[in-house]
Design a protein around this ligand. Sequence first.
Ligand SMILES: [Zn+2]
Ligand SMILES: [Zn+2]
Length: 404
Amino acid sequence: MSFCLCLPLKSFRSQKAEYLKVSESKSAEKKATMTQKGENPSFVLEKQGKVSYEDRPIPEFKSPYDVLVKPRWTGICGSDVHYWVHGRIGPFVVESPMVLGHESAGIVTKIGDKVTSLKVGDEVAMEPGVPCRRCVRCKEGKYNLCADMAFAATPPYDGTLARYYSLPEDYCYKLPKGMSMEEGALIEPTAVAVHITRQAAIKPGDSVVVFGAGPVGLLCCAVAKAYGAKKIVTVDINEERVQFALKYAATTSFISQRVSAEENGANLIKDADLGLGADVIIDATGAEPCIQTAIHALRLGGTYVQGGMGKPDITFPIMTMCTKELNIKGSFRYGAGDYQTAVDLVAGGRISVKELITGKVSFDDAESAFTDVKAGKGIKILIEGPKDDAPSRGHLKRKSESLT
Ligand SMILES: [Zn+2]
Ligand SMILES: [Zn+2]
């Protein structure tokens, strides 16, 4: 895995084995205990496999355009769990304790002197990565490719699973009337799907295949549908997820077989009635057999977008790519306009995210949400922000170093 963000869960099957190993080795360890007291209770990854609660200082404004937000709901994604289990994602290594979480919506509690678009009490979806705004990539509008990005819960930057989190006003998106904060927390993975779909340039009438029916794969199906794709094929090895995808947004499904990628691709075209092949294929798994199958299932001149992250290197059908003259693209987080598009798609009812929420836990039980995601349970689990007045029921470490 080279980079990460909202990586969709890769191959559920292969991960499960890994999960079992990890849970066995960690089962003897004491569960993190929590208190709600303190200035800024935070859920912290101390080091690989070890989480705890700490009282951190309330973040200070770095600019007069910053606002202070109290995250109310935070979704847990594969990257949070990956840091917990492995202590690193590619070059990003957890070297000092880091607050987890980056998929949040919350309430504005304080605003900087120059803030004009928000007021105290506003409910906002929080875009969790702030670029430098000065480099060439930032200036050309591709700020997700900024080399100086400060992204929540990517070392060394702290995440949003705390009472307070500070970010610039233009990285907060006011929730339209009628949108709950639970839905607001789902804007982050929706923005990932919006970006992937934008990379794929989906047009009305297109046939789209999405490998992986985890949160990001499901949302890619939903965005493709909203953009007018005629046929949306969900592919997964987990029958339960496939059934969910069919109810949610996909029009047809395909279960991969243990045959060669070429044969699998041909079967996919035939079973899903894709004619000369799919117009667009999105991989939201990162699994090698999926990627290979996708290349074989595309039509001549079709488009492939890599959204999932698995092994850093794989065997790739490059001859097929060349002779089919495929457009192959990567996709990383989200860029200009993606977050707002995600808000608008949900607000306008063109995408529904409520049914993706399969569990909610209190801040005290944050670790259980990680355990469940690790075990592949449910689709999206949300953690509630710390309550203001709940009684203490554990130890709280004082932490004096400032937030980064
Ligand atoms: Zn995420
Ligand atoms: Zn930059």
